[in-house]
Write a protein that binds this ligand. Structure first.
Ligand code: FAD
Length: 463
C-alpha cells in the first residue's frame, strides 16, 4: 500500500496536500525528478536555487525518517521503475499550470490509470484554480480588477495542513547524488551574491515571511515602490518553488487586516498575490502568451533586434543609472525590485524597441524567481501587448522615475558604485557631469526624447 509522492514545485512539508494525504494512507516513497527535457528549461539562477532547496528538503525529510529519492531523466520511465521497485499502488502530486506540464502530467496520469493505479492530484500553489474563476458568461477574465474582485470572493477559508508523521518506504531504492546534476555554476562560480542574499528552502521561506509580518508589512503600501526602502517581502522565489504555501500566507495576514495601521498594506499585499494568481489564470487560458503577444496586432510590431544594445542592457551599461542599477542588482543577487523591473522592461521594449521575448529570456536565466506565468505576463504588461497591459503611450522615463522613487539615489549608489560620489540630482543625469567624476560610466546609449517619439510612432503603426 505504498504511495509514491512526486514532488515538483512544492518543496515543503507544511500544507503540502499531496504529501499530507499520502502520509495518512500509509508508507510513502517521496521523489524529485529532474526533467531536463522540460519545455521551459530552468535558468542558471533557478538551478542554483533548486539545488539548495532540495538539500534543505532532503535534510528535513531525513529528520523524519524519510528519504528523498532523486532521479534524472524522463519522468514517465522513472516513475514506472519506482512503482515496480517499491510496490506502489497510488501516486500523488500537486498540480503545475504551465501548458507543457499540463500536457506531460495528463499523459502520465492516463498511463498509470490504465495500469490500474490510483493517481491523485492536488492544488498546492494557488488560492483558486485557474478554471474556477469565470465571468458571468463563463469565460476567463482578461482584466485584473474584475478578476480579483471575483477571485477574492471565492477564496475558501481553509486551514493549512500540518506536517504529517511520515513512514518512509523504499529504503533501498536507488537515489542519485545531486552533486552530479550540475545545478551549481562552475567556471566561473557566479553564485556568491545569491548565497549572500538568500536561504532557499522551507525554513528560509517561513523565516522571511515572519520577518516581513513583524518588520515590514505595516509600511508595505506606502514604501513598496521605493527600491531602496527594503519594504517588500522577497517571497517570490520561495513561492515559485513552493517552499511556502500561499494559503498559509493568506491566513496569516488575517489578524493584521483588522489593525488600523496595517489594513491598507494587507489589502495591497493581498492584491499582489492576486496578480500572481491572475498571471497563472492567463497562462492557463491563453497558453500562447509565453511566446507570442496576447494581442494579435502586436505580431506586426516593428521591433528592432540589436545584439549590442541588448548586451549593454543585460550588463547594466545603458548610461541610465536606474536601469543599470536594476540590471546589476539582478546579475549579482538574482532579484530585481518590481518597480525597477517595470522600468528596465519599458526601456528595453520602448526606448530600444527590442522584443520583449529577449528581455523575458534574460530574466528567465538570471532571476531566482523566474516563473513562466509571472514573467510572460509582466513583460507583456509593460510592452503593451498583454491582456490587461499598460497603455502603449506609458513609457517610463528612467530619469524622472529615479527622481521620484530613488530621490536620494541610494539604490543607484549601491549598484552603480562608480557614481556614488555624485551630488544631489547629478546621480540621475551623470552625462551632465565632468567625465573624471563618473569613473568610466558610459554615455546614454539612446536619446530619451527621440526614442520615445520613435516608440509612439511604432505603436501607432499597428493600431
Ligand atoms: P511583494 O511585493 O512582496 O509581493 C508578494 C508576492 O506577490 C510576490 O512574492 C509575488 O509572488 C506576487 N507578486 C507581486 N507582484 C507581482 C506581479 N506584478 N505579478 C505577479 N505576481 C506578483 N514575478 C515572479 O515571481 N517571477 C517572474 O519571473 C517575474 N517576472 C517579472 C517580469 C517583469 C517585466 C515584471 C514587471 C514583473 C515580474 N514579476 C515576476 C512580478 C514582480 O516583479 C515580482 O513578483 C516581485 O518583484 C517579487 O518581489 P516580492 O516577493 O518582494 O513581492
Amino acid at each position: 500500500m505504498t504511495t509514491l509522492v512526486w514532488l515538483r514545485r512544492d518543496l515543503r512539508l507544511l500544507d503540502n496536500p499531496a504529501l499530507y494525504h499520502a502520509a495518512r494512507r500509509g508508507p510513502v516513497l517521496v521523489t524529485y525528478l529532474l526533467d531536463e527535457k522540460e519545455h521551459s528549461p530552468m535558468g542558471g539562477a533557478s538551478r542554483w536555487w533548486l539545488h539548495h532547496s532540495l538539500c534543505a528538503l532532503q535534510d528535513e525529510l531525513e529528520k523524519r525518517g524519510c528519504r528523498l529519492v532523486l532521479r534524472r531523466g524522463d519522468p514517465l520511465q522513472i516513475l514506472e521503475g519506482l512503482v515496480e521497485d517499491a510496490g506502489v499502488t497510488t501516486i500523488h502530486w500537486n498540480r503545475l499550470y504551465e501548458p507543457w506540464a499540463i500536457a506531460r502530467d495528463a499523459r502520465i496520469k492516463e498511463h498509470f490509470q490504465d495500469m490500474g493505479l490510483e493517481v491523485r492530484t492536488y492544488n498546492a500553489s494557488l488560492l483558486n484554480e485557474p478554471w474556477e474563476v469565470k465571468t458571468g458568461q463563463g469565460n476567463p477574465y482578461r482584466v485584473f480588477t474584475p478578476y480579483w474582485r471575483q477571485a477574492r470572493s471565492q477564496i475558501a477559508g481553509e486551514g493549512v495542513l500540518s506536517v504529517p508523521p511520515l513512514k518512509g518506504a523504499g529504503q533501498t531504492t536507488a537515489s542519485e547524488d545531486m552533486k552530479n546534476w550540475g545545478l551549481l555554476p562552475t567556471g566561473p562560480d557566479w553564485s556568491g551574491g545569491l548565497a549572500w542574499c538568500w536561504t532557499p528552502g522551507e525554513k528560509g521561506a517561513l523565516d522571511r515571511f515572519d520577518r516581513f509580518l513583524e518588520e515590514k508589512l505595516q509600511d508595505y503600501a506606502g514604501k513598496r515602490d521605493f527600491p531602496a526602502a527594503d519594504a517588500i517581502s522577497r517571497l517570490s522565489p520561495h513561492l515559485h518553488f513552493g517552499e511556502i504555501s500561499v494559503r498559509d500566507i493568506w491566513n496569516r495576514l488575517q489578524p493584521f487586516e483588522e489593525l488600523k495601521s496595517a489594513g491598507e498594506s494587507v489589502t495591497k499585499f493581498r492584491s499582489e498575490l492576486g496578480w500572481r494568481e491572475f498571471s497563472t489564470h492567463l497562462l492557463y487560458h491563453f497558453p500562447h502568451i509565453a511566446e507570442k503577444p496576447f494581442r494579435p496586432e502586436f505580431e506586426a510590431f516593428p521591433w528592432q533586434e540589436d545584439e549590442e544594445l541588448l548586451q549593454g542592457w543585460q550588463q547594466g551599461r545603458t548610461g541610465y543609472p536606474l536601469v543599470d542599477a536594476g540590471m546589476r542588482e539582478l546579475w549579482q543577487t538574482g532579484f530585481m525590485h518590481n518597480r525597477v523591473r517595470m522600468i528596465v522592461a519599458s526601456f528595453l521594449t520602448k526606448n530600444l524597441l527590442i522584443p520583449w521575448q529577449a528581455g523575458a529570456d534574460w530574466f528567465r536565466d538570471t532571476l531566482v524567481d523566474a516563473d513562466l506565468a509571472n514573467n510572460s505576463a509582466g513583460w507583456q504588461w509593460v510592452a503593451g501587448s498583454g491582456a490587461d497591459a499598460a497603455p502603449y503611450f506609458r513609457i517610463f522615463n528612467p530619469v524622472t522615475q529615479g527622481q521620484k522613487f530613488d530621490p536620494q539615489g541610494k539604490y543607484i549608489r549601491k549598484w552603480v558604485p562608480e557614481l556614488a560620489d555624485l551630488d544631489g540630482d547629478e546621480i540621475h543625469k551623470p552625462w551632465k557631469v565632468e567625465k573624471e567624476r563618473t569613473g568610466g560610466y558610459p554615455d546614454p546609449v539612446v536619446d530619451l526624447a527621440m526614442s520615445r517619439e520613435r516608440a509612439l510612432a511604432a505603436y501607432k503603426s499597428i493600431r
